[in-house]
Write a protein that binds this ligand. Sequence first.
Ligand code: ADP
Ligand code: MG
Length: 700
Amino acid sequence: MSVNLQTPIDYLKGVGPNRADLLRKELSIHTYQDLINLFPNRYIDRTQYYKINQLQRNNADVQVIGKITSFKEVAQKRGKRLVGTFQDNTGTMELVWFRGQKWIRDNLKLNKDYVAFGKANWFGGKFNMAHPELELLEEHEKNLRSAMQPVYPSTEKLSNKGITNRVISKIMQQLFIETGGKFTETLSDNLRAELKLINKQSALFNVHFPKSQELLSRAQFRLKFEELFYIQLQLIIKNLTHKSKIKGFPFTQVGNYFNTFFKTHLPFELTNAQKRVLKEIRADLGSNAQMNRLLQGDVGSGKTIVAFMSILIALDNGFQACLMAPTEILSVQHYNGFHELCNKLNISISILTGSTKTSKRKEIHESLENGELQVLIGTHALLEDKVKFKNLGLAIIDEQHRFGVAQRSKLWHKNTSPPHVLVMTATPIPRTLAMSVYGDLDISIIDELPPGRKSIKTVHRYDKNRLNVFRFIRDEIEKGRQIYIVYPLIQESEKLDYKDLMDGYESIAREFPMPKYQISIVHGKMKPADKDFEMQRFIKGETQIMVATTVIEVGVNVPNASVMIIESAERFGLSQLHQLRGRVGRGAEQSYCILMTSHKLSSDSKTRLETMVRSNDGFEIAEVDLRLRGPGDIMGTQQSGVLNLKIADIIKDNDILQLARYHAKSVLNIDPSLTLPENQVFLNTYKQLSKYKNIWNYIS
Ligand code: ADP
Ligand code: MG
């Protein structure tokens, strides 16, 4: 009987309560299993030794054999550093410690041969090594060394407390000794044979103690494949379960509402992409399964009309529908747009938000329950328990990235039987990421903008050019255009940002004085009614300038606004910049986006600004964003930590992801409930994974 891998890490020889505690807190290692899955970040060559006079100024990790001949303490700005003189027969260098100095002095021996390992820095005319890893030469010689020694992820706290890379390697060794290195195979023989994957045991051994470059590569490939394969398997199973278990309401007919609207009220010809997407939605709605679809489309691609027409299909089949948006402003805007169309079709529609009056609220609750109210638009307020529908057939969520998974599922439960769900997002998610994150949803993409749009001209200007920018604004207002000026708002420094906004507002008000110019201001501290009032003034064209924080980021639609000025643009993320820019370019006029920044820019900020200036393509921008920020952040804070992959890299290992998805699909195509004998191994592993790590841990 092999060792149970769910054994708490405390039980491993050489770990003990203190280290166990640190491992839990710093690296989330709770069990033997977690430790095995702590994969090295990189590998270094420990067969090479350098003489001090051979060191190069390239910051490389090197190991040097020598003696510590003396210690001295050097005062510095805060506290002191400990400096050891390290010497071999070719020269001297310094070893430096900023922390843990007492431990170093008590434990390191002078004039004994050590192997020092670390980054050699050239500073003040000589080399030094900060917080080197040190091992007595005689100890060092007893250990196996390899040209590919693993370097494990670590934290400052761990290295301060003496849990160095060497310690981790040691306890990893211990783990392999205690378990005999016998790990259960988790992929089927068939699949392994087909893809020539090495077995689990050998893969784990070689990723931690590589015997050769070739075995290391094969070990990494097998483990990355496995990781991505099971994520895909879980997502696809979830999707299939949905389709088979959860019966939707089949909307069998396209009736009067839809047809009348299509024939007489459609304000423009649909783009081909809109038509295609509507077809996909209609097919879903007409089937027996519950629709669970993600509609992606760049800002301005025309998702709203698709949402509206989907609602009409629900109504044609005698069901109610609702649309939830992340902000009050956006809900009001949707409501205003829909309201007009609904009047023409004799459809009852209401709006419910945080600021809806109690009496109105009651009325809505009642008419929803008795079925008189057909369409409800609103914010999170829709999720309240009091909101009960008679027969909700379709729930649409706009700007899905603003909502968490929990909220999405709350909408599902608004009925005894879940409604069809359509989630829409304008934050284009690269396809690969969408596949791994939203693999449980079907995806529709609007990849075409309505005709006649002029592409937005984007420029980057420094603060010192502000006067020119003001002149430009004046000219545009002269031509009858409207202007947005947006300030950043970041939660942690809300006060400071608010001050920036108010200062900015004042200087703009001085530059563009009343009564000739009228300015709206909208920010998060205002009451919803005031916000709405200011917004409406801008929409009606009563004000020419809208000074705002990012509350206007999503969805706001004022076609006459043609200039977007983004202040402190270096503080915004790429997808946010793209969202903001999408507020203009909605009318027939040439639109502009001006990115204002200070002079000092980090290299990431520069890349972001350059990307914005170069490209108007949301998908291209999303790819750059993904590269800059990593997948964890791409969908905003709601879903940060998305895909905490242990070994695979969603960007670099894209081809392995495709392969894994292909094979997960093929397995499930033939054997959707994994009952065939050869698929038992998948079923068992899948169950294990679901038990210890639900896929939603990755996502929510
Ligand atoms: P988003 O996808 O960002 O939500 P909207 O649905 O708000 O975009 O559409 C942006 C603008 O484009 C709106 O003013 C809308 O009326 C207009 N629009 C949408 N589809 C078309 C079309 N097929 N032809 C012309 N204009 C369209
Ligand atoms: Mg929209």
